[in-house]
Design a protein around this ligand. Structure first.
Ligand SMILES: Cc1cc2nc3c(=O)[nH]c(=O)nc-3n(C[C@H](O)[C@H](O)[C@H](O)COP(=O)(O)OP(=O)(O)OC[C@H]3O[C@@H](n4cnc5c(N)ncnc54)[C@H](O)[C@@H]3O)c2cc1C
Ligand SMILES: *[C@@H]1O[C@H](CO)[C@@H](O)[C@H](O)[C@H]1NC(C)=O
Length: 488
């Protein structure tokens, strides 16, 4: 992130003149646009208050840049479309905003412009229980949806640590602890309604369509999943639902080494155990969680596991998993069957982010996010821990190891440029280590501001060219969330 700041500042310096004329022109365009915005979504739907702009110009990451010039709160897709048309004709940047829980600076208004906050569009529409699908507006969060589904016997399993908006999750291709069994947003979106920069409304699978499978042309749904607001504004998502499992069993197990914990993960998956969650926490992370959540787990590499299924299959799954962990030297295998005990266990995992931050009061966490083929996981975690030690960096590790995805929660003082630079260099080394073993620089948080150079390395010029061609076709004036994904 530091390099980003430096290069952005340098570039800003060089481009200062041309930018200042642009800003003047933009100011005039904005003044003209404001009255049109107000006539479309009302006085209450338009805010230029400094506090509101500040709040909508940043997410949960350490990235900081300009706030948007204005924040809009549309109430329906027609308003979103009409507002986008105004931005299009005035050449104003459009930045979609879900709940602002992103970790890569995705909502920052790098070039100023208009933030579309979608929180007032919060209806849950068209629940089809018998077909296991539901359509939601962009203001609906994952927890609101699951609360709504409580009495139906259905649930939506994708669970990033924060209570994010479901359309924001689609925009980031988010996942979480359940992905190893239920997939990520990519596997769980059936259709999206999207407003393009020029105000055109499209349905990525055709209006109202929700077939379980289709072979009908290009997969536009997949194109918008992970597009991070750079192609259009998602105004509706049709999602897959699942039956709440009959039985749930959770377990914790500690290991003598990182290698042993990760080897157990690989063994459990290879044995075909249909595990619902398998999360790794290293010794530093366990220590932080113990302190933060007043627990007393052994301070050692640890796996948190969860099994879903019928009574019979639960017993089989647990038996196999326990054997695998024992073969790898695991000890203290603890089970939790009742909901309260399970929730206590998983709460510790879900609070990992805050537990990490509490290691150094006044500091912020920055999360790395590499994902590698699972067979390469042990070596990369071992190398990463050695790197952390060698460079004296605080970075507890928590990972969705069943998917080969893990995070170093780097705790840093954002006001100390030296430290910021150290963490930046570490993140780059880690990402390159992942790329070298056929992995990716981001498993679930997205590219945003911080990983644009890495995306370029990961894809290579011809593939980046193809991505840019798609961007040019759908957003010819480059108004959608400028400055994200691509360098320059
Ligand atoms: C404590 C904590 C733990 C987390 N754990 C995880 C985790 O385990 N897994 C994971 O994947 N993520 C995790 N996250 C990150 C975050 O929750 C996800 O990235 C989430 O998808 C962001 O959703 P949002 O609605 O808050 O998006 P925002 O932060 O509002 O926006 C993120 C990006 O999506 C775009 N966007 C938002 N809404 C729309 C829309 N309707 N149409 C088009 N573009 C849109 C924005 O322009 C921006 O580029 C965590 C975050 C926190 C704070
Ligand atoms: C198209 O993409 C969506 C979203 O990623 C996915 O859920 C769906 O299965 C894909 N469809 C096909 C036919 O591959």
């Amino acid at each position: 992130m530091s390099l980003l700041v430096v290069t952005a500042a340098q570039r800003l310096f060089c481009q200062c003149r041309s930018i200042s004329t642009k800003i003047l022109a933009r100011g005039a365009a904005l003044d003209g646009a404001l009255s049109q915005f107000r006539s479309i979504c009302g006085e209450d739907g338009v805010s230029v208050a400094a506090a509101v702009r500040e709040q909508h110009g940043r997410d949960e990451s350490v990235h900081r840049c300009r706030p948007p010039d204005v924040v809009l709160f549309p109430r329906c897709v027609e308003e979103v479309s009409a507002l986008a048309k105004v931005c299009y004709s005035q050449r104003l940047p459009i930045i979609p905003f879900g709940t602002g829980t992103g970790l890569e600076g995705g909502v920052g208004a790098v070039k100023g412009g208009v933030c579309f906050s979608l929180r007032n569009m919060d209806q849950i529409l068209d629940l089809h229980q018998e077909d296991f699908d539901v359509t939601v507006e962009p203001g609906v969060t994952r927890k609101t949806l699951n609360a709504h589904l409580r009495d139906t016997g259905l649930w939506f399993p994708v669970d990033p640590g924060a209570d994010a908006s479901l359309c924001g999750m689609a925009a980031c291709s988010a996942s979480g602890t359940n992905a190893v069994r239920y997939g990520t947003m990519r596997e769980n979106v059936i259709n999206l309604e999207v407003v393009l920069a020029d105000g055109t409304i499209i349905h990525t699978a055709g209006q109202g369509r929700r077939a379980r499978k289709t072979a009908a042309g290009y997969n536009l749904t997949n194109l918008f999943v992970g597009s991070e607001g750079t192609l259009g504004i998602i105004t509706k998502a049709t999602l897959r639902l699942y039956g709440v499992p009959d039985g749930v069993l959770a377990a914790v197990c500690s290991f003598p080494s990182v290698q042993a914990a990760v080897d157990s993960t690989v063994d459990i998956l290879q044995a075909g155990v249909d595990i619902a969650r398998i999360e790794f926490l290293d010794d530093v992370m366990m220590d932080a969680c113990n302190r933060f959540s007043s627990l007393c787990y052994p301070v050692a590499p640890t796996l948190f596991l969860e099994f879903h299924g019928s009574e019979q299959s639960l017993l089989e799954q647990v038996k196999t998993a326990e054997e695998m962990t024992q073969t790898n030297g695991g000890s203290d295998f603890q089970w939790a069957r009742d909901a309260e005990k399970r929730n206590r266990l998983w709460k510790a995992r879900h609070d990992a982010w805050y537990a990490a931050q509490a290691l150094r009061p006044g500091c912020k966490a920055y999360s790395t996010d590499v994902c590698v083929p699972i067979s390469r996981l042990p070596e990369i975690i071992v190398a990463t821990k050695a790197d952390l030690l060698e460079n004296q960096l605080t970075g507890p590790i928590a990972g969705h190891v069943g998917d080969g995805n893990f995070h170093c929660l780097m705790v840093l003082d954002p006001n100390n440029p030296d430290e910021v630079q150290q963490v930046h260099l570490f993140s780059q080394r880690l990402a390159r280590r992942a790329l070298a073993v056929s992995g990716t620089c981001t498993g679930e948080h997205g590219v945003g501001l911080g990983k644009r150079a890495l995306l370029f390395e990961e894809m290579g010029p011809p593939s980046i060219r193809a991505m840019r061609d798609i961007k040019d076709a759908l957003d010819p004036k480059h108004l959608m969330n400028p400055g994200k994904l691509f360098l320059g």
